[in-house]
Design a protein around this ligand. Structure first.
Ligand SMILES: *Cc1c(COP(=O)(O)O)cnc(C)c1O
Length: 782
């Protein structure tokens, strides 16, 4: 198979340049790529690789279809063939940890000597690796690619794609990996990346690795095994770094020496190294803007990914890009900026601010409204807050342009407390539950209460990207807020009063109907509308929660009403479990499931169609598979808390609440701290005042030692009473400084810890975080 397109596409949402893209229809765990072929064809894609023998290719006359047994393998073979057209040094990196850091550092350290093609972010999967290698172009003089595996047999396929000439095995972790029998099998599987390398670099302290090398490396392969036990260089870093970072740096040093970089030059480059941040952050800016701060990398691939992230932010329709010259691509300048111009146009960017001489020279290439400046200073001088507002602004600049000054100027200033929301953790948790319940079961995600405190627009936007089936909110206002933020998914509103029907109707929200009174109000509301419409509703039955819902005695009446009013369409019938997380009530939960089955069957018997049936919340779907019916309602699980330990282990922390130390003082034992003199000291103490109080949602019950915060890895108890905007903590036993970061909750202590300390549930902790606390949303990579 020969692909003629220039771009390989595996995710229909990342389309740009349709006429030059080939789409690989992959059967994934959550989506079937074949579903998107028609849409992509309409948008202009004309080359497809697909698996389904039954796909009606005849409906798409002028397109090229390649039929293959496995689209992922085909993608790998295409990339492997592309790789074979190049003869250049290629560094292949694998190992349990540090792959991305080593790759990024090598790219920085070797930038003066090579034109480098590298994996974007952590593109190291069966799909990510071929997409990375496909980027190789004739001007490149070095490739650096990372490879990760989750199943036996995968590495050999990646080897054929990367075909490394230099291998780095970063380390081997102890983490238990279900797919592998034991650590030895894992090591052997990873070593399959290195069967053709001429040079192999690793830390020889990993004796388990040393033992296996003979079976994998070529006999003439040069093995560079450095050891922490034997000093082999005297390089230093400017600040102290952890052992793990030292390990990463040592691999890099070995590569630089391999390429013959002189020691004094190596030292100079180590000093110039900057930290690797893979985060793409979305934060609130001035003037109603959202900012995406991406100072991570400055190549075309990085730009493409940041633009995808921007295109997915539908909270604001207007998109602005502030871009510096793109450096070190090895591409001819005019061609580079032609490509960038087309990318911006394809991704729907409305306005460009270009900074740098090369961009200025090539400004004719850009068809969208644009302004150009020679330097960052010039832009900052001329910038007026009226230049753009209510926009999503992507700020992406190469290091020498110090765009952090622009970020600082456009950021909303707030006090030092932020709730960091990890969007990748949210995606991970969603996919975890999707996998658990299977593809055939639909999901409605609960985004009530400001998405459990995590930020409703941004979370909903991510869920829209993942194409969940429904969202649900508590009140119509929340639904309206979502519609205004560009959310097009169907939205269920749980608490609707008759006076909000107009709003519900205007914004195409779907109300929960739970009683005869609310039913009658709805029917008369619909009768008053000019147009005749079919109006979707969700019927709630009460099976034992005794909150909202139709009861048994209403069902016959309701049946008559449904037949008399076909304009009301029952989109779903549901009920709510009262105690699915508590084992002592399991008999009752089973009774609720039985009641629900009976009541919903009764309602369905009056209908000429089948509505969706759903009953289970997060604990219900985990503990009672039989309660999943057609759809589940995912709430707390998405935000990282589960009833079952095996689920909890697999979930990721979504929210981290952070603040800073405002001041540190020495307080003698004879003094007290805070209001009511409640902070009684038993020794001369060092007290830190931190910038969070009960008005931010830091519960006052955490006062006087009940609550603890994490500073520089150590727990510090609260001293005295928590104030409205501040609290005091005891830092006598730790080292810290004013301005240091304070973790209020996150991985540790977790919201479950805080909840246990004050006898509440984790979600009270999360939903209490005040709206005045700034939310920062970020993506970690991948
Ligand atoms: C909040 C809510 C849920 C979600 O519950 P979790 O326990 O957070 O999963 C489900 N259904 C209804 C009706 C709810 O109000």
């Amino acid at each position: 198979m020969k692909i003629s397109a220039r771009y390989l596409l595996t995710d229909s949402r990342q389309l740009s340049a349709p006429a030059e893209s080939a789409f690989f229809a992959i059967h994934g765990p959550h989506h079937d790529g074949h579903q998107y072929i028609a849409e992509l064809y309409r948008k202009g894609v004309r080359e497809f690789v697909l698996e389904d023998a039954a796909f009606p290719v005849g409906d798409f006359p002028d397109a090229v279809f390649h039929r293959v047994p496995n689209a992922i393998h085909a993608l790998q073979e295409v990339a492997a063939a592309h790789r074979r057209e190049f003869s250049l040094p290629v560094i292949g990196i694998t190992g349990s940890n540090g792959k991305t850091i080593v790759k990024e550092w090598l790219a920085q350290l070797l930038a003066p000597d090579f034109v480098i093609c590298k994996s974007p972010k952590s593109y190291n999967s069966q799909i990510g690796v071929p997409l990375s290698v496909w980027q190789l172009q004739p001007a490149d003089t070095l490739g650096i690619f990372e490879a990760g595996i989750s199943q036996p047999g995968e590495m050999a396929r990646l080897e054929a794609v990367i075909r490394p000439t230099i291998g780095i095995f970063t380390n081997i972790g102890s983490a238990h990996d279900e797919a592998f029998a034991d650590s030895r099998q894992k090591i052997r599987e990873k070593l399959a990346l290195f069967t053709q390398v001429d040079t192999f670099i690793y830390c020889s302290d990993f004796e388990e690795i040393t033992k296996e090398l003979g079976d994998f490396l070529k006999p003439d392969c040069q093995i560079v095994g450095w050891s922490k036990k034997q000093p082999w260089h005297s390089f230093t870093t400017q600040t102290n770094i952890s052992d793990a970072w030292w390990e990463n740096l040592n691999h890099c040093i070995a590569v630089l020496r391999h390429f013959g970089v002189p020691d004094e030059e190596i030292q100079r480059r180590i000093y110039a190294l900057r930290p690797v941040s893979m985060r793409l952050e979305l934060k609130e800016g001035i003037n109603g803007c959202y900012l995406i701060d991406d100072s991570y990398n400055n190549d075309l691939v990085g730009l493409r990914m940041a633009l995808d992230f921007q295109a997915n932010q539908q909270e604001r329709p207007h998109k602005v890009v502030i871009l510096s010259d793109v450096l070190q691509t090895g591409m001819e300048e005019a061609e580079l900026y032609r490509q960038i111009a087309r990318l911006l146009k394809d991704k729907g960017v409305n306005q460009l601010i270009g900074i740098g001489d090369a961009l200025r020279r090539n400004q004719m290439a850009f068809a969208i409204p644009a302004k150009f400046f020679a330097t960052t200073e010039e832009f900052l001088d001329r910038y007026r807050t009226t230049d753009f507002s209510d926009s999503v602004v992507l700020i992406k600049g190469a290091r020498p342009f110090h765009f952090e000054d622009i970020v600082r100027k456009l950021s909303l200033r707030t006090h030092g407390t932020v709730l960091e929301v990890n969007l990748d953790a949210l995606s991970h948790n969603l996919n975890y539950f999707r996998e658990k319940i299977g593809r055939q079961t639909k999901v409605v995600v609960m985004v009530k209460a400001f998405a459990y405190g995590s930020g409703i627009e941004e979370v909903a936007n991510l869920l829209q990207f993942h194409r969940v089936d429904y969202l649900a909110v508590a009140y119509p206002d929340e639904g309206v807020r979502l519609r205004k933020a560009g959310i097009r998914l169907p939205i269920i509103v749980l608490n609707v009063s008759p006076d909000s029907f107009q709003q519900v109707y205007d914004y195409q929200l779907e109300p929960e109907i739970y009683s005869p009174r609310i039913w009658n109000e709805l029917v008369s509301f619909l009768a008053r509308q000019d147009e005749s419409v079919v109006f979707p509703v969700h019927l709630k039955v009460d099976t034992g929660m005794h909150r909202l819902g139709f009861e048994d005695q209403h069902l016959e009446w309701l049946g008559g009403q449904l037949q008399a009013h076909p304009e009301v369409r029952v989109a779903s019938i549901f009920s709510h479990l009262a105690a699915a997380d508590e084992e002592q009530h399991d008999a009752f939960t089973r009774e609720q499931i039985a009641r629900y089955t009976r009541m919903s069957d009764t309602i369905i018997s009056y209908l000429p169609y089948r509505p969706i049936r759903h009953l289970a919340n997060s604990p219900g779907l985990a503990r009672f598979p039989e309660a999943r019916f057609d759809m589940v309602r995912l709430g707390k699980g998405l935000y990282g808390t589960a009833v079952l330990p095996e689920d909890q282990e697999n979930l990721k922390t979504v929210g981290t609440l952070k603040t800073v130390i405002s001041q540190i003082k020495q307080v003698p034992a004879t003094e007290t701290v805070g209001y009511g003199r409640k902070g009684v000291l038993t020794r001369d103490s060092v007290i830190a005042t931190i910038a969070i109080g009960y008005a931010d949602g830091y519960d006052r019950k955490l006062s006087r030692g009940t609550g603890k915060v994490l500073i520089n890895g150590q727990l510090c108890p609260v001293v005295g009473n928590i104030c409205m905007d501040m609290s005091m903590v005891d830092v006598t036993d730790i080292t810290c400084a004013e301005g240091d970061e304070v973790i209020v909750f996150g991985d540790f202590p977790s919201i479950r810890d805080l909840a246990a300390w004050i006898g509440t549930i984790p979600y009270e902790i999360l939903t209490s975080v005040g709206e005045r606390v700034r939310r920062v949303f970020y993506r970690e990579g991948n």
